[in-house]
Design a protein. Structure first.
Length: 51
């Protein structure tokens, strides 16, 4: 995931793929980032509850 974000940033957000595929890839990346953020939030919430 991180490697894809780096490569996208390095190319200025443009790749050699079609626009539709780019949109799909961005959607997948966003879903992964969101899922990771939710996971971190859950872990933080559990840690707070244990204090």
């Amino acid at each position: 995931m991180v490697q894809v974000l780096i490569s996208v940033a390095a190319t200025g957000g443009r790749t050699h793929h079609s626009g539709a595929l780019d949109a799909l890839n961005v959607g997948v990346e966003a879903a992964e980032v969101t899922a990771f953020a939710i996971h971190i939030a859950k872990m933080a919430f559990r840690a707070i509850l244990q204090i």
